[in-house]
Every structure is written in structure tokens, then in C-alpha cells.
Design a protein around this ligand. Structure first.
Ligand code: GLY
Length: 369
């Protein structure tokens, strides 16, 4: 069983997302793209490499060019320009030219870093995303955002650069730790909430199959999810407008992530950030209380947090001020008008954000009169 979604730009097909339950057809896909005889560099990290690098390298042998593996230590702290520099050196050593290709095999860190190296090496070479975590399959591998962290700021240096193919083998999710796996559901549920009420309803009905990692359920979920995200990035590839909706839950979620020094996973921070944003939507009268409650129930069913503890609301608010989602000094906040529909607001005050943070359990100093 396999599914294929084509991403377009100005009505022209740009790349396919292939959703599979095995690695083997990746070879055919690469042949179709014309990589016979080209050099291939599989870029991976110490976690994923151990599981799959040799399997994929062996699989691509019939392309009959040179296939090499570049592995760097796993973790967000390695998503930096030093590792990019090491990768450039490696590619120069193996004489990579512009017609050659990088294959990003791993989670979001691997995909973002490889994409950035591909965007800049020799002013741009091809790359293919082979995301192996739910978070990267659901979000970061689709849409061409690439980059690395810089000076403590996430994704501060980067480029929009579209992959030539996104290839998902749903069985790579089998080996993920349960909490890491479920944290990816934060982004999946987000896509239903901002774009597709029916998909949200499907997620609500199929919790057991998804949590049990039934491959049929995962393929269906990936397809619906990629349609949601794919439609948005087709409409607005460089985030001039509608793509900002994908930041639902991220303004406060990122700030919380920073405050807790990344001790919760990204999808978990997005989950609490979405609850705070939905609370603000309710207070503004756009979302109903039933919808807010329903959303909290669905997030909880997927074992995602809907509250935090031990966080100071003002400190979290301050952390939002250095967020990239600002325009002209104003935060572009994403709110819900209903489940399945989101909008951008520049009218969310600090007081409203503090109330949202208080709702999710952040502590607020009360001013004594
Ligand atoms: N992760 C948000 C985006 O791709 O725009």
C-alpha cells in the first residue's frame, strides 16, 4: 500500500511526497528522478544511522554511483553551522558536484540541516527528505524550510529550498520511543485544527489505531496530514500570508520550550501552546467553550500535555518578544474561529497572552493594590 501527493508551485509539479510501508521503492523513485550514476550522500545522525543508514546505502547501490554516509551526533545542539561546515568538507573530499544529491535520513534536525547544506553547497544541489520520526513526517520535511540554530536562536539561519522528493517509510515509526512518537501528534492534530475538521474528527475516532501504530491508520493519517500541510505551503511557499497559520500554538509553545530549556518535546510544547491560543480564541468570542474542551480531550487522549507547572507567565511572555513571528514589532498570533479554521491576528494583547498562560497553569504575580 502506498500513497503519493504532488506538491505544486504556480500549478507546476515540484515534488512528490511518497508514503510507503518499506524502503525498497526509494530506489525506483530515485531512478525516476534520474540519479543513476550520481554521487549520493546519506546524511544522518547517530540515532537513526545505527538503524537505517546501511540498509538505505545497500538499497541505493544499483544507482551505481558512489554512495557515502555522513553521520553527526544526534540532538538539537548539533543543528549548527559547525556541523554544516563538516558536511561541506566531507562533500568536497568526496568530490560532490552540482548534479549529485543529498539524502536526509532522520528527524527534523537532520532534514533541516541537510536541506540547508544542499541549498548552499555549490549554490545549491538536490536533496531528498527521508523523515523517520512522526514530527518530521508530519511537519518539517514538507514545505522546504531548511536551516540551523544560531547563537541560541532556533532556525535563525536558513533558506527556503524545496526537496526533490519526500519519501516516508511508516515502519520507521515502529522503533520510536512512545513519548517521542506521540509528541509528533501535536503537529498532526494542529493541522486538523487549523485546516480540516473532518481530519480532526478522524483523529478523535481513531486514537487506538494511531497509538497502536497500525500501519494502515498511519498511512491514512500521513496522507490527510500531508494534504493539509501541502495545500498551505503550495498556496504560500515563503510564508508571506496563509503559511503563518501553521504557527498555531507556536508563539507561546516556542517561548515555553525556551523557558524549560527544551526538557519537553517540541510537539508537547505546541500542545500546551495550542490550548493557550484556543483559550484566547474563546475569550475573544470566536471559539466555543465546547470546542476548547473537546480539543483538550483529544490532546489528552494522545497523551499530550494540556497544562504546565512551575512556569512564570511573565517570563514566558518575555520569551515571545524575540520570536521570528513578529512583524513590525507586533506578534502575528494564530487563533481559531472554529475547529478546522484558523486566522491571523495582530490584536492579541500582552494581557490576553498572560491570561492564556495562566489558563494552562503558568503562575502570575498578582499586583497587590
Ligand atoms: N513548521 C511550519 C512551517 O513549515 O511553516
Amino acid at each position: 500500500m502506498a500513497e503519493r501527493i504532488t506538491i505544486h508551485k504556480e500549478k507546476k509539479p515540484i515534488y512528490d511526497i511518497v508514503i510507503q510501508n518499506q524502503f525498497a521503492p526509494l530506489l525506483q523513485e530515485m531512478e525516476r528522478l534520474g540519479y543513476q550514476g550520481r554521487r549520493v550522500c546519506i546524511v544522518t545522525d547517530s540515532n537513526t544511522g545505527d538503524h537505517y543508514a546501511e540498509v538505505v546505502k545497500e538499497l541505493l547501490r544499483p544507482l551505481s554511483g558512489v554512495t557515502v554516509v555522513f553521520t553527526f551526533p544526534a540532538g538539537e545542539e548539533h543543528k549548527n553551522l559547525d556541523v554544516v561546515r563538516q558536511l561541506y568538507t566531507f562533500l568536497i573530499e568526496y568530490k560532490f558536484e552540482r548534479q549529485d544529491v543529498l539524502v536526509a535520513l532522520g528527524g527534523g534536525v537532520v532534514g533541516d540541516l541537510t536541506g540547508f547544506a544542499a541549498a548552499t553547497y555549490l549554490r545549491g544541489i538536490d536533496f531528498i527528505q527521508v523523515p523517520t520520526t512522526l514530527l518530521s513526517q508530519a511537519d518539517s520535511s514538507i514545505g522546504g524550510k531548511t536551516g540551523v540554530d544560531f547563537d541560541g536562536y532556533k532556525n535563525m539561519v536558513g533558506a527556503f529550498c524545496m526537496p526533490k522528493l519526500v519519501y516516508m517509510n511508516m515502519h520507521t515509526l515502529d522503533t520510536l520511543d512512545r513519548r517521542i512518537y506521540l509528541s509528533g501528534m501535536g503537529e498532526v492534530i494542529k493541522h486538523g485544527l487549523i485546516r480540516n475538521k473532518d481530519f480532526y474528527g478522524w483523529l478523535k475516532e481513531n486514537g487506538e489505531a494511531v497509538k497502536g501504530r497500525s500501519v494502515d491508520a498511519l498511512i491514512h493519517m500521513a496522507m490527510e496530514n500531508c494534504h493539509c500541510k501541502g495545500d498551505i505551503v503550495e498556496e504560500d511557499p515563503t510564508e508571506k500570508g496563509v503559511r503563518a497559520l501553521l504557527n498555531f500554538g507556536h508563539t507561546l509553545g516556542h517561548a515555553i520550550e525556551k523557558q524549560i530549556h527544551f526538557s519537553m518535546y517540541h510537539g508537547e510544547c505546541v500542545s500546551v501552546g495550542m490550548v493557550a491560543a484556543a483559550y484566547i480564541s474563546w475569550k475573544k468570542g470566536t471559539l466555543s467553550k465546547e470546542e476548547l474542551d473537546d480539543m483538550e480531550q483529544v490532546l489528552s487522549m494522545y497523551e499530550l500535555p494540556v497544562r504546565v507547572s512551575g512556569l512564570d507567565a511573565d517570563a514566558v511572555l518575555n520569551a515571545t518578544k524575540s520570536d521570528k513571528k513578529m512583524r513590525g514589532g507586533k506578534i502575528r498570533f494564530i487563533l481559531l474561529s472554529s475547529i478546522g479554521e484558523a486566522y491571523i491576528s495582530s490584536e492579541v494583547s500582552d494581557e490576553e497572552m498572560l491570561q492564556g498562560l495562566e489558563y494552562i497553569g503558568c503562575v502570575r504575580e498578582k499586583n497587590e493594590e
